[in-house]
Design a protein around this ligand. Sequence first.
Ligand SMILES: C[S@@+](CC[C@H](N)C(=O)[O-])C[C@H]1O[C@@H](n2cnc3c(N)ncnc32)[C@H](O)[C@@H]1O
Ligand SMILES: Nc1nc2[nH]cc(C(=O)O)c2c(=O)[nH]1
Ligand code: SF4
Ligand SMILES: [Mg+2]
Length: 217
Amino acid sequence: MYTVKELFPTLQGEGAHAGRAAIFCRFAGCNLWSGREEDRASAICQFCDTDFVGSDGIGGGKFDNAALLADAIEASWASTSAGPQQRYVVFTGGEPLLQLDSLLIEALHAKQFSIAIETNGTIKVPKGVDWVCVSPKAGSNLIVLQADEIKLVIPQLGHDSIERLLARFEGMDYRNRFLQAMDGPQLKENMALAVSLCQKRPLWRLSVQTHKVIGIR
Ligand SMILES: C[S@@+](CC[C@H](N)C(=O)[O-])C[C@H]1O[C@@H](n2cnc3c(N)ncnc32)[C@H](O)[C@@H]1O
Ligand SMILES: Nc1nc2[nH]cc(C(=O)O)c2c(=O)[nH]1
Ligand code: SF4
Ligand SMILES: [Mg+2]
């Protein structure tokens, strides 16, 4: 059984694949926050911009098996009139690795989908995922030490220690490195910090949450 908060066609808004047509499958639940506002201040991850509780969003629901969820993802792709080429699904959440498993990966590969994940990097990635974006969270135990993409939301630590953190990630096996300004009341300041860090440390590129800028989901 898979619990999906929402399932919708859109464009990937962030990172190396920004602008690419994708189905977003947002799984319910996360291991770093309950999703309840009253727990936010005591959570390991406190800045989340997403509602991932329950299965009541657009296209959400409980799917009894991998075949049923893969069919729903395929139907969502077809709903945009896209043909069978370039099929792409992004699993996010919440934390998708609490639910994504080899049965679902196989069912989607059988339908010629490329599979991407957005993960906090605390859970082992199953075989067969085609694109891994890891977004480490301060205070969590990062175990995904190799990925296609790292997308670090800043600031999560004092400004001095951000540069030490960047230096550490520069020495690791991430093929694309992005900084993303933390959304919220300080977005403007955070964006200025991200821009200046990208200028100072050109191994990093800026990831703008383009879907928010243009008003799509
Ligand atoms: C909602 S998370 C879900 C996937 C996974 N749990 C993770 O944290 O990577 C999706 C992406 O949004 C980023 N994100 C969450 N809250 C944000 C915020 N307030 N500002 C900018 N990015 C944020 C996360 O770091 C992650 O890259
Ligand atoms: N369009 C769009 N792109 C995204 N990239 C990462 C997202 C996420 O919440 O994981 C996201 C999202 O929610 N919408
Ligand atoms: S780890 Fe991801 S889904 Fe979980 S609370 Fe943090 S940003 Fe949100
Ligand atoms: Mg999002």
